[in-house]
Design a protein around this ligand. Structure first.
Ligand code: GUN
Length: 278
């Protein structure tokens, strides 16, 4: 029987653990505050930002909301980030991406203090992860590690293939799997013989951004399949994996929706609690 890895249940467990940590902190007069900045009004970003604020409320984290005009300049945004960097009451700073095209995303990520970088996107956070030092870890890959561990799926010594090499998912995912002692391969759009490579995987992590691209021809029988994609088709939501085709042949799989998605916010909340402890 294929194990369905339920991200809703696991993320709720994590959020409930964090809720009790937040109330322990409150009892010691430690408040946790996340500043959330959105520039412009991209509808998907508005939904994500709303969900992040709701999660803060659930756990007992204060959220400060900054909704800036689309026309905000890079200098204005950096000035706000500097103000928040210097505000002792603010533990974490999150700028929802993407930012409008006239703003340089890298400059914004770099402007956030690494001490408040709860997204784990700052070069210092990524560098720390790559050499095994302490720092914030990007939320989606950190959430996938929790999904695997809390589903009792062993990582050590396993062949892990990750499809996708983005800064937010693929690259930090590879570093985390390496830290867990997996043997890691990163495949991407220029990889030759993709099927041969993915068929080696005991754990296949798919973050390519193409709806239902991964069919059972890419998957070894008995593999664990983690689907990071999310797409809105006329027929409803789906991932990068053709779930109905792949699920019957694997040992465990994440559904879309309700797999990896809910874990990202849970791990953001985890990073916010950590930010108050340092
Ligand atoms: N846009 C899409 N995913 C994310 C995320 O995890 N963090 C931020 N800041 N923006 C995003």
């Amino acid at each position: 029987m294929t194990q369905i890895i339920d991200g809703k249940i696991i993320s709720t467990q994590i959020k409930d653990e964090l809720k009790s940590k937040a109330s322990e902190l409150k009892a010691q007069n430690i408040e946790v505050t996340l500043a959330v900045i959105q520039v412009g009004n991209d509808p998907a970003s508005t939904v994500y930002v709303g969900n992040k604020k709701k999660a803060c409320e659930y756990i007992g984290i204060n959220s400060l909301s900054y909704e800036l005009e689309e026309s905000t300049t890079e200098e204005e945004l950096i000035a706000l980030i500097n103000e928040l960097n210097n505000n002792e009451k603010v533990n974490g700073i999150l700028v929802q991406l993407p930012v409008p095209k006239h703003i340089n995303e890298d400059a914004i990520i770099k402007a956030i203090s690494p001490l408040k970088d709860v997204d784990g996107f700052h070069p210092q956070s990524v560098g720390a992860l790559s050499i095994g030092q302490k720092g914030y870890v990007s939320c989606t890959p950190a959430g996938i590690i929790q999904l695997l561990k809390r589903s009792n799926i062993e990582i050590e010594g396993k062949e892990c293939v990750i499809i996708g090499r983005s800064n937010i998912v693929g690259k930090p995912m590879s570093l985390l799997m390496l830290r867990e002692n997996a043997t890691v391969t990163i495949a991407h759009s220029k990889t030759k013989n993709l099927k041969e490579i993915t068929k080696r995987a005991d754990i296949l992590i798919v973050a390519i951004g193409k709806p239902k691209m991964i069919t059972r021809e890419y998957v070894k029988e008995g593999a664990v399949v983690i689907d990071v994609g999310i797409h809105r088709l006329e027929s409803g939501l789906c991932g990068d994996v053709d779930y109905d085709d792949v699920a019957p042949i694997c040992s465990a799989i994440t559904p879309v929706p309700g797999g990896v998605g809910p874990m990202t916010i849970a791990m953001l909340m985890n990073n916010c609690i950590e930010s108050a402890l340092q």
